[in-house]
Design a protein around this ligand. Sequence first.
Ligand code: FES
Ligand SMILES: [Fe+2]
Length: 345
Amino acid sequence: MFLQDQWYVAGTRGEFGSTPLRRIILGKAVVLFRTPDGDVAALEDRCIHRQVPLSMGSVQEDGTLQCLYHGMKFDKTGKCRFIPEQTRIPQNAQVKTYAVAEHAEWVWIWMGDAAEADTSRIPAYPWFVREGWKARTGHLYVKCNYKFIIDNLLNMAHLPYVHPRTIGSEGVIKDAKVAVTRSGNNVRLARKMYDIEPPPTYKKAGGFEGNVNRWQTIDFMAPSSFEFHTGVIEAGHEPPLPGIDQPRSNARILDRHSMHSVTPETETTTNYFVGFAYDPEACPPDLAEFIFEQTFATFQEDVVLLEAQQANMDMMPGHKQLDIVSDAAGLQAMKVLEELESIRS
Ligand code: FES
Ligand SMILES: [Fe+2]
């Protein structure tokens, strides 16, 4: 039940080297590795001989992946290049491969027909490819369906309850100006909160004395990626427009660009990738680290809830859910996914 003809994050770029790495993506075992010429290859993690995981093998100097069991070698196109004790390599000695592309901090994988893999459909993440900018990335493994995480990231009403120690405060849900818009397969949730007390992380990181105006612009890009432009500015000053550089002013501001992308592993497990892009000129490394640590701790709080939600639904399946007003963006995203699923079936 997963959308195949889409780009998903397979992992962060630094994860892939000459040691083969097995990752389950959309219920399929994939082995990823980097060849000596620097390319990332993604093969089905199953030897065509006796089906052992190829990830148990090793990458050779010639860039082939050698199976640990009887030593057959496969190149990055999945073609067999060596079979012990025979010179003839059968035509059909071929392992399935997947299209991969490196963009920003991540390696992206297309689980459908490789001929359809159009790299222009990978989320652009402009803040992560900006000259001079740096990024901090993280990875969480969550025992829940990937759609629960999408629903979580599009309903900000959970912030004061789940994250009061970091990014949540009562002000988030008090008179927020909220707009939900859809454009193609993308959904934008834009929220502005005026003259509120800054939440703990922002108070500490930005040194705000008084109240702030806060904004959250969250762009969901089907099937499972997000771009977040969020922050706070001294009360009395208008938040920057979504995706635009902050206007030069003397107002104290904390302007943040982050990403989230979730890759289904199975129906009830998900690899969850996060990243935070920053301009080291404006945000010194220790401040960037502080913000990252605080937000990563925040996501871990979500993981506890998401796993409890999945466990509860597994125990008591088939119940209808009650939707509330703050679900609007999440429901739009689910509609986009349902439409894409119906095209496929
Ligand atoms: S199982 Fe891979 S070579 Fe035999
Ligand atoms: Fe959260």
